[in-house]
Design a protein around this ligand. Structure first.
Ligand code: P6P
Length: 339
């Protein structure tokens, strides 16, 4: 099979339907190159002194791993000077990061989770980088970028993607016209196109959820999962399997390749927080990818990509994967609680 590198793929996309402006093409090249650097850094493990925690918390109140900060800085340093961005934002930075005056300001906003699932790092399990690209409002050419400029619903993303650092290092991308997969050729350091138009297979009965939170879910969610567990003896009439990797990006990669559904439901412990996962740099980019691959992404009721963000680090409940199962969850949620 002819090897098509990421650079060639992006140039051909730009030629084909010209919906890939040069600044956006170059931005994706830079982000992909940064993910390559993150992959090589992670692969050193103990030998690179990159494992373990920093003994501090991030803006989310979560323990910050060394690699969270290393990966964040790799993406920041790679993207500051290129002239494609007006500002960046990250799970690891409380406030937005405007492009310094010494560099030209570009047309796009990049928001990312530098290492998703970082608790997996020290036990050698897959982690990933998730990124979302939005168009900066025209007005920012004449004023400072603010957090409000980032608060656009996910349907306005112009690109979204993730890299997974696992047995292979892979990159998944969408510009809103299909989902494409690349694999890192570590010998030459190139991303090589390995899958066009990724589509979620239907009918694979596999759900991903952290069962230890079951007692905190809404009744409909408890019934949905209980009926999956009841299998062919229960109302679903078929057996289900369960997986939970502790890294959303790894669970979503599995769902893209073999189907199923991912759940991080609303949780009664933090009703105003509406779930654990972040809208801007987890649910939105992965939701766009899942929809582009023929699936569905909701918070249990509303389409993720239509949720109007009210803050940069806003959290949402997440139900995403094969359309039939996402619809089934909504059906259970709509049922009145059992008497
Ligand atoms: P729990 C990782 O911290 C993350 O944000 C997602 O990648 C992952 O799916 C989820 O949280 C894991 O959460 O509560 O099972 O540790």
């Amino acid at each position: 099979m002819q090897r098509i590198t990421l650079s060639r793929f992006l140039i051909e996309q730009q030629r084909q339907d010209n919906n890939l402006p040069p600044q956006l093409r170059l931005l994706i090249e830079v982000v992909a190159r940064a993910c390559k650097a993150i992959s090589f850094t992670i692969n050193k493990g103990e030998l690179g002194g990159v494992l373990g925690s920093l003994g501090q918390q991030n803006v989310q109140g979560e323990v910050q791993k060394k690699l969270d900060v290393i990966a964040n800085d790799i993406l920041l340093d790679a993207n500051e000077w290129g002239g494609n961005l007006a500002a960046l934002a990250s799970e690891e930075m409380e406030a937005i990061h405007p492009i310094p005056h010494r560099y030209p300001k570009g047309e796009y906003l990049l928001v990312y989770d530098p290492i998703d699932g970082s608790s997996n790092i020290d036990v050698n399990l897959s982690v990933g980088t998730i990124f979302s690209v939005l168009k900066a409002p025209e007005a920012v050419s004449g004023r400072a970028v603010t957090e409000a400029d980032f608060l656009q619903p996910g349907r306005q993303q112009v690109a979204a993607g993730y890299a997974i650092y696992g047995p292979q290092t892979t990159l998944v991308l969408t510009f809103g016209s299909g989902v494409f997969g690349f694999t890192l050729d570590r010998e030459v350091g190139s991303w090589v196109l390995t899958q066009r138009n990724i589509t979620i297979p239907a009918g694979h009965r596999e759900f991903a959820v952290n069962m230890s939170n079951q007692r905190h879910w809404a009744p409909g969610m408890r019934r949905y999962v209980a009926d999956c567990i009841a299998g062919r003896d229960g109302p679903r009439g078929a057996d289900f399997n369960m997986r939970w990797t502790g890294s959303m990006v790894a669970d979503i990669e599995r769902i893209l390749r073999r189907g199923g559904i991912f759940l991080y439901p609303w949780d009664s412990r933090e009703p105003d927080r509406a779930g654990k996962l972040r809208l801007m740099y987890e649910a939105n980019p992965l939701g766009l990818i899942i929809e582009q691959a023929g699936g569905a992404a909701t918070d249990g009721a509303r389409r993720i990509l239509d949720i109007p963000p009210d803050s940069l680090h806003q959290r949402v409940a997440v139900v995403m994967g094969c359309t039939a199962e996402v619809a089934a969850v909504a059906g259970y949620a709509a049922e009145p609680p059992a008497a």
